[in-house]
Design a protein around this ligand. Sequence first.
Ligand code: PGA
Length: 259
Amino acid sequence: MFRKKVIAGNWKMNKTATEAVTLAKDIIDEVGRETSVDIVLCPPFTALSAVAHVLEGQAVKLGGQNMHPAKNGAYTGEISAEMLRTLYATHVILGHSERRTYFCETDAFINQKVVTALAHELKPILCVGETLAEREAGATLAVVQRHVEGGLSGVKPEQITTVIIAYEPVWAIGTGEVATPEDAQEVCGAIRGRVLETFGADVAAAVRILYGGSVKSSNVASIMAKPDVDGALIGGASLDPDEFVGIVRFRLHPPELVS
Ligand code: PGA
């Protein structure tokens, strides 16, 4: 089955609203009308509104980096699904390893967010992935499956294809140490296998699974060439417009030309 590739930029806690507008404009000048891949920009909350204006009329989509599962209420510092939707966000990153590690987010809590996001027609980008210690202990697949199952618990099969799963090994995030294409394929393939067991063949064939962790324009093509990798979630390199545009145009760098 054809699965449209996704390239999502996670700007993390970088860029003021003014700087974010400049970055978004630099990106859309080059790939604003690109429809051969789905492009999602995820600026910090404080820049969502400004970037939403820049993206008006473009093919590039807007995403949040997190949200709270409650509809509203006394959750100081948090934002809701509806708040994201009314700023024209279509996607939301959930369960990023930095949220799991620094903010103690559990699979159960992330699952509540996934369910809420879907109820508000936001596409979750559900991040899963093992730490270095877990990889060295041979627990990679078990950890990733636990994240996938925990994050997707109670989600209806017809909703699963709206979810984008991002395999992000923690040891590869921001370290410059990218997973080999074979490692990325092994885990993304295993995730698809688990989705197949739980939700059936049609859902497994349609759900998009990304790789994330030190992706750059120089290494993206060989990872994207793998059959179960349907795109990439980009951190550091998404802050550099030339790099990000280079990643979006991964088809111009055939893997065999990449060292
Ligand atoms: P990185 O981050 O590309 O800087 O490794 C990826 C991510 O955290 O999503």
